[in-house]
Write a protein that binds this ligand. Structure first.
Ligand code: NAI
Length: 244
């Protein structure tokens, strides 16, 4: 029986690449996206070309009832969830003085509460199975902070604290919980940045390049695998040396 990975926000970017990388490893994929579109269908076809099954589950992770349904539909289809990747995330960058309360809450709701909503629902199945991996996509700014991203950095710092707490709670059930903190990764999220902003960021990266979604997905593959069975409660930076 193939193992099953549930990946949130996998319609594009890092989440989509994680789905592809894990499908190549033989995982059946439960692919969460907010709304289905042609691209998601194409991704499903690509995943199935690796001889695995793919279920597309629409839903907004910031809503607890959606998280409950996403989990239930995955279990109905595959009868197990071995790996949960909390990848869905948004930014609404603004300096504090101009940041609307709604934009602060929104980012916390999706990034942090979404991670809670999914982990709470999925971990109850993992506890029964006495095995599982939860991999949370945080960010280096959750460690370093970043001007203009107080909402986003707070959500990602929250994810790191959440990861360590869950790791302690769930270790006795053989559920390992880790976070990945990507630095500057080339996706639609970072493509919106102006060239001068990008250049300034690149100056702070010893490897002098943006990371790729694959750079992140490869660490997810490692954290999902048996090779990492003695690692829990850790944050692994994937950032070209940006933060040391
Ligand atoms: P992206 O914007 O390309 O992808 C984000 C995905 O999350 C999209 O598919 C979007 O539809 C989905 N999503 C957003 N809100 C959702 C919701 N409420 N429910 C379900 N899905 C939702 O961004 P990217 O770059 O692929 O980011 C993926 C993760 O990596 C995010 O958590 C992001 O914060 C994190 N990250 C990205 C970095 C980068 O440089 N690109 C750096 C550090 C962290």
């Amino acid at each position: 029986m193939n193992k099953v990975a549930l990946i949130t926000g996998a319609s594009r970017g890092i989440g989509k690449q994680i789905a592809i990388t894990l499908a190549k490893e033989g995982y059946n994929i439960s692919l969460n996206c907010r709304k289905q579109n042609e691209d998601v269908q194409k991704t499903k076809e690509e995943l199935e070309s690796y001889n695995v099954k793919c279920l597309i589950v629409e839903g907004d992770v910031s809503k607890f009832e959606d998280a409950e349904r996403i989990t239930k539909e995955t279990i109905e289809e595959f009868e197990r969830i071995d790996v949960l990747v909390n990848n869905a995330g948004i930014t609404k960058d603004m300096l504090l003085l101009r940041m609307k309360e709604e934009d602060f809450r929104n980012v916390i709701d999706v990034n942090l509460c979404g991670t809670f909503n999914m982990s709470k629902n999925v971990s109850s199945y993992m506890m029964k199975a006495r095995s599982g991996r939860i991999i949370n996509i945080a960010s280096v700014v959750g460690i370093s902070g970043n001007a203009g991203q107080s909402n986003y950095a707070a959500s990602k710092a929250g994810i790191i604290g959440f990861t360590k707490s869950l790791a302690k709670e769930l270790a006795s059930r053989n559920i390992l919980v880790n976070a990945i903190a990507p630095g500057f990764i080339e996706t639609d999220m970072t493509n919106v940045l102006k060239d001068d902003v990008k250049d300034k960021i690149l100056e702070q990266i010893p490897l002098r390049r943006e990371g790729t979604a694959e750079d992140v997905a490869n660490i997810v593959k490692f954290l999902a695998s048996d090779d990492s069975k003695y690692i829990t409660g850790q944050v692994i930076n994937v950032d070209g040396g940006m933060l040391m």
